[in-house]
Design a protein around this ligand. Structure first.
Ligand SMILES: [Zn+2]
Length: 78
């Protein structure tokens, strides 16, 4: 996708990267998966996937300079 890169100072191609936030659940992958699922289910219960979105950070990365920009707007899910 084309996004403005503040590092390049111009619009260039970016890729999307999703990272899981730290959670109160355990550090093992299995525990984190359970945390994600429980977040997803509780999110569905209260209406929508917003609660599960709180478990992840969305970034876009410039393919020119690899500059990361946090983008937690979640517009694709609204
Ligand atoms: Zn850039």
């Amino acid at each position: 996708m084309n996004r403005y890169c503040s590092n390049c100072g111009k619009t260039c191609e970016h890729i999307e990267i999703v990272k899981q936030k730290k959670s109160p659940y355990g550090k093992s992958r299995k525990e984190q998966f359970k945390a994600f699922i429980s977040g997803f289910i509780s999110g569905a219960a209260v209406g929508g996937a917003l609660a599960s979105l709180e478990l992840i950070d969305r970034y876009v990365q410039c393919t020119q300079c690899r500059h990361l920009t946090l983008e937690n707007k979640g517009e694709e899910f609204q």
